[in-house]
Design a protein around this ligand. Structure first.
Ligand SMILES: Cc1cc2nc3c(=O)[nH]c(=O)nc-3n(C[C@H](O)[C@H](O)[C@H](O)COP(=O)(O)O)c2cc1C
Length: 339
C-alpha cells in the first residue's frame, strides 16, 4: 500500500489524507492534539469560540451593566465558570494549539451578532490558523422571523466575511432549510471555500422521573452519515466550494462512501470519543485497503464517482427512490408477520 496517494486539497490547503478531526472539547488539550497528529489525522478543527463567551467577558468588564439585564442573567447562569474561558484566552489557546502540532489547525466561530462575527473572525485570523469554520447555528424560536430573512442575513454575513478575511472560510450549517441546495448554492456565490455537512443540533431531552429538562451531549450513531452522503452526492460538481462530510463516520468504508458521493474530505468526532485516537489509524488502513482492492492509487481517481453529476441514472437521488423504499416496506411487514 506504499504507493497510495491519499493527499487531499481542502480549501487550497494540502492535507496528507482526507481525515480531519472535527471541533470538540478533546482538541483543547495539547496532549490530545499530539495524539491526534500521531494517529495520522490530516488537520484539526479547534473548539468553537461562542458569542456567549465573548458577551459574558465583555459584560463582566462593563461596570454599567444593569443587574437585571436578561441576557447577562441567562448567560452567567448557563456558564458559571465562563470567566476561565473568555475570548482572549481562547485566542491564546488557538496560537498554542497551532504551535504544538505540525498539521493545519482550523478555527471555529459561532457568533450571533454581525459585529461579533466580523470582529472575532479577524482576531482569529491574526492567530495564524490555516482557515476558519463559520458555525451557523440558528435555533428557530420566533415564529415572526421568516426563513428568507434568516437566509438573507447569513448570506450577507458571508459576503462581509469574505471581504474582510484572507484565510479560507468553511461554513458549517444546519440541514434544516426548506431547500438546503438552494441556500448552499447562494452561499457558494459569495466565494466561501467549503461547506461542512452538517451541524449537529444537540437538542434538550426530558427526564420523566424528575419531570425536568436535561441537556445530553449525545454522540452520533453509526449510519448517521446518510444525510451528508446524500447532499455530498447532490452538490458535487455543482458548486465551487469543497464539501466536508461529517456525522456518524465510524470506519474507513464509510469514508470511502462519502468520497465516492463527492465529499472532498471528512470530519470525525464521536468515533474518537468512543474508540480513542487509534480509530484514525484504523480508518486510514481501511481506506487504503479498499483503494488497493479496487486498484485506485489516488483519491482524486474515485472522488465523486457516485455523485448525481457523474452517474447515468440518478435514480438514487430522485423522489422515486424514496417512494420505492417505502412501498417495499411491505416486504418488511411480511417478514415481521412471519416471526
Ligand atoms: C463533545 C462535543 C463537543 C462539540 N463541540 C463543537 C463545537 O464547539 N463546535 C462545533 O462546530 N461542533 C462541535 N461538536 C460537533 C462536532 O464537531 C461534529 O460536527 C458532530 O459531533 C458530528 O460528528 P461526529 O458524528 O463524528 O461526532 C461537538 C461534538 C461533541 C461530541
Amino acid at each position: 500500500m506504499a504507493d497510495l496517494n491519499l493527499k487531499t486539497r481542502y480549501m487550497g490547503i494540502e492535507l496528507k489524507n482526507p481525515i480531519v478531526v472535527g471541533s470538540c472539547n478533546l482538541v483543547t488539550d495539547t496532549d490530545n492534539l499530539k495524539k491526534i497528529e500521531e494517529a495520522g489525522a490530516a488537520a484539526v478543527v479547534y473548539k468553537s469560540l461562542f458569542e456567549e463567551q465573548i458577551q459574558v467577558e465583555s459584560m463582566q468588564h462593563d461596570e454599567e451593566i444593569e443587574a437585571h439585564n436578561e441576557m447577562h442573567a441567562e448567560m452567567t447562569s448557563m456558564f458559571p465558570g465562563i470567566k476561565h474561558a473568555g475570548p482572549e484566552e481562547h485566542l491564546l489557546n488557538l496560537r498554542k494549539a497551532k504551535e504544538s502540532i505540525g498539521i493545519p489547525v482550523i478555527a471555529s466561530l459561532n457568533a450571533v451578532n454581525k459585529e461579533t462575527w466580523l470582529e472575532y473572525a479577524k482576531k482569529i485570523e491574526q492567530t495564524g490558523v490555516s482557515a476558519i469554520e463559520i458555525n451557523l447555528y440558528n435555533t428557530p424560536r420566533d415564529k415572526d422571523v421568516s426563513s428568507s430573512s434568516i437566509e438573507k442575513e447569513q448570506i450577507e454575513l458571508l459576503v462581509e466575511l469574505k471581504k474582510s478575511l484572507k484565510i479560507p472560510i468553511a461554513v458549517k450549517l444546519s440541514p434544516f432549510y426548506a431547500n438546503p441546495l438552494h441556500v448552499i448554492a447562494e452561499m457558494d456565490k459569495t466565494g466561501v471555500d467549503a461547506f461542512v455537512l452538517f451541524n449537529k443540533l444537540f437538542q434538550p431531552e426530558l427526564d420523566i422521573e424528575k419531570i425536568q429538562h436535561v441537556f445530553p451531549l449525545n454522540l452520533s450513531h453509526p449510519g448517521d452519515y446518510n444525510l451528508s452522503l446524500r447532499y455530498a452526492g447532490l452538490l458535487h460538481g455543482n458548486i465551487n466550494a469543497n464539501i466536508t462530510a461529517n456525522g456518524g463516520i465510524y470506519n474507513g468504508d464509510e469514508i470511502v462512501k462519502l468520497l465516492l458521493a463527492g465529499a472532498t474530505n471528512v470530519q470525525v468526532v464521536s468515533a474518537i470519543y468512543r474508540h480513542r485516537y487509534d480509530v484514525i489509524k484504523k480508518m486510514l488502513f481501511e481506506l487504503e485497503s479498499w483503494m488497493t482492492r479496487k486498484g485506485f492509487s489516488s483519491i482524486d481517481e474515485f472522488r465523486g464517482k457516485l455523485s448525481k453529476a457523474n452517474i447515468k441514472d440518478p435514480y438514487a437521488y430522485k423522489r422515486s427512490q424514496y417512494v420505492d423504499i417505502l412501498m417495499n416496506s411491505e416486504l418488511y411487514t411480511k417478514k415481521y408477520n412471519q416471526i
